[in-house]
Each structure stands twice: as C-alpha cells, then as structure tokens.
Design a protein around this ligand. Sequence first.
Ligand SMILES: [Zn+2]
Length: 71
Amino acid sequence: MTRYGYHCEDCEVAAFPATTHTELVWLKERAHVVREVARHSGGGLDSWMVEGLAFFDDHSGHSIAIIRKRE
Ligand SMILES: [Zn+2]
C-alpha cells in the first residue's frame, strides 16, 4: 500500500496523515483558510487535517514537500 505524507526538508522529518494524496495537496494549499474556518466553527476538523495543520505549525517557514512511501 502506498501512503503519502508531508516531509520537512529543513528538519528531515515526516508525517503521514491518514488520507489521500489529493487531500494532502488540498490542505497544503489552503492551510491558512482551513485554520480560519476551524477557528470560527469551533473545531470539527477531521483528524488527518488536525495532524496536517500541526505539522505546518511545527515547520512554519520551512520547505515542506509531499512524499510517498510503501508499506
Ligand atoms: Zn521543519
């Protein structure tokens, strides 16, 4: 099975939220919008979104790429 995740090229660490490549791209491009919506709706994000946003917070300003792995 192929899984996709975010990889920080500055820190050499990765996270693999349980979702599709398409949705990882979507979240990466719209992270600031998703974060705003979550704030005003009082949560309700899927766990993969929470995980992805946390990764972006940890690596703010770093170079993040989407990678894949087989497991
Ligand atoms: Zn980083």
